[in-house]
Design a protein around this ligand. Structure first.
Ligand SMILES: Cc1ncc(COP(=O)(O)O)c(C=O)c1O
Length: 490
């Protein structure tokens, strides 16, 4: 019986012509063990008998049995023979026996793997939120990196447990204090690998599995994913022209965390009014919730007075402020920062170390010097001017859509995208799909909505496309919109 099984298996395994005979026998015997054809404690035929039954040389059989013995499947007792090991094959069977159902993702895995965040058309004209990183001063950056690599002492190559490279934390703190009215010491700054990591850290440290997080509706997909991954219950709160607008019904779902983009709501572009900011802080206080302020593109404000951070209004230490270098420098840099209240600094540093094993010190040192030498400020100045021009070109190109009353631009003149609001009957997904066929990536507003059904429009990025491209593609987009929206108006 056993030899028939082994011969059949070896013949199958030998078909490729790649496995030597002793390996074929090893695989066949192993499978016999895993499939339970031999049970724990069973005695195997002697190597001589096996060699004879299988028409193999005894050396071949001894080699296969030897390997299985070394791996713990078999045990050999001098004088009495070779036996199936008592433990390992049983365990192996449980672990490896094929289950009735194919392996599946967890429910969380399904939610995360959903294509909501797909980036397959990312670097295309009009992709929202994408900066023009072709303008990044690569040669200078390379020089700075080389310098810090040459100077790197062993600690710089280790994990880092102090929240990031000191001079970078100080440079970030100075910038935020002056330009964003954030009240902080450098010690409150944690360097992270970007907003995603900042959000996950906040969720891990400030909320428990199943706790409620309020999210703006429509919402930034990255935040949806971060909170899904950390097992929080997402409660959408509608956004209006003044930002997040919680109602009494929302307060029936008291949040542990509230995630907001007050300077430039993503994707609608709404700026949270002062009244709404005060109201939100009061709500957070009543519910004893933390507020997570994502200030992802506040560096690029083109008109009107600068908008200070929400954190600057917070008297109770409830706001955690986060920003990123993805927009001013380039996304693949993977560096951002999180400002935590003083009382939480130690806990955050500790957990950041244990969860993420942060490092990249030479990179952080190069960035610190980049900022200290004024390159960050000049990159920002250049970028601000470029994006302001591009935004205007896009607005001009969309003039036919605006003047015919088909759509209107919503939100502040800020950041890397604008939000074109369309009538509620417009099929913004179909429009985005049509634009994609023409090589333009615009995002339908309805795709960002978590619960509400009333919003239609397009998030259109102007950061990445060069000026000539904006004019050309903008005209094509306007043409597409006027032909797609106009007929369905009547
Ligand atoms: C609202 C918002 N926050 C944060 C980010 C980027 O964060 P990071 O690249 O640091 O993860 C984006 C990028 O598009 C964004 O739209």
């Amino acid at each position: 019986m056993l030899s028939e099984y082994l011969l059949a298996e070896m013949s199958r395994l030998g078909q490729s012509g790649e496995l030597p005979l002793h390996r074929q026998l090893y695989e066949a015997l192993r499978r016999a063990l895993l499939e339970g054809k031999l049970g724990a404690g069973d005695r195997l035929p002697s190597s001589r008998d096996l060699a004879q039954d299988l028409s193999l040389s005894r050396n071949t059989v001894v080699a296969a049995l030897g390997q299985l013995t070394v791996e713990g499947y078999l045990v050999s007792h001098v004088g009495s023979g070779t036996f199936v090991h008592d433990h390992v094959p049983q365990r192996a069977l449980r672990l490896w026996a094929p289950s009735a159902e194919p392996a599946r993702l967890s429910q969380r895995g399904e939610a995360l793997a959903h294509r909501h965040c797909a980036r397959d058309l990312e670097i295309q004209p009009f992709t929202p939120g994408t900066a023009d990183f072709s303008a990044f001063p690569v040669a200078l950056w390379q020089r700075l990196q080389n310098k810090h690599w040459r100077a790197a002492y062993p600690e710089m190559l280790d994990y880092n447990d102090s929240g990031g490279y000191g001079p970078l934390r100080r440079a970030v703190a100075d910038y935020l204090r002056v330009f964003r009215s954030v009240r902080l010491d450098a010690d409150q700054v944690l360097i992270t690998s970007g907003t995603q990591q900042s959000l996950e850290l906040c969720a891990h440290l400030l909320a428990d599995h199943g706790d409620t997080v309020w999210l703006e509706d429509p919402a930034y997909w990255g935040a949806v994913k971060a909170f899904t991954a950390t097992g929080l219950a997402i409660h959408p709160v509608a956004v209006d022209d003044e930002g997040i607008a919680p109602s009494a019904t929302d307060e029936a779902h008291p949040p542990r965390l509230i995630y907001v983009t007050p300077s430039h709501q993503y994707p609608t572009g709404a700026v949270m009014s002062l009244a709404r900011r005060q109201q939100l802080l009061a709500t957070a206080s009543r519910c004893n919730a933390w507020v997570l302020e994502d200030d992802y593109d506040s560096e690029f404000r083109f008109s009107g007075p600068p908008i200070s951070s929400l954190e600057g209004l917070d008297e109770e230490g409830r706001v955690l402020y986060m920003g990123t270098f993805s927009k001013v420098l380039y996304p693949g840099l993977k560096l951002g920062y999180l400002v935590v209240p003083k009382a939480l600094v130690h806990a955050f540093k500790q957990a950041h170390y244990d969860l993420n094993r942060p490092g990249q010190m030479p990179l952080q040192a190069a960035l610190a010097e980049f900022i200290e030498m004024g390159h960050f400020a000049s990159a920002l100045r250049r970028a601000r001017q470029t994006y302001a021009e591009r935004r205007q070109l896009l607005v001009d190109a969309l003039a036919p859509v605006l003047s015919s009353g088909l759509g209107r631009i919503h939100g502040a003149a800020q950041g890397l995208h604008l939000c074109l609001r369309l009538p509620s009957h417009a099929d913004d997904r179909a429009m985005a799909a049509q634009a994609a066929r023409e090589g333009l990536t615009v995002r339908p507003l309805s795709a960002y909505c978590l619960q509400r059904q009333d919003l239609r429009g397009l998030a259109i990025g102007y950061g990445y496309a060069a000026s000539a491209g904006i004019q050309r593609h903008g005209a094509a987009l306007a043409q597409l919109l006027t032909t797609r929206v106009a007929p369905s108006r009547t």
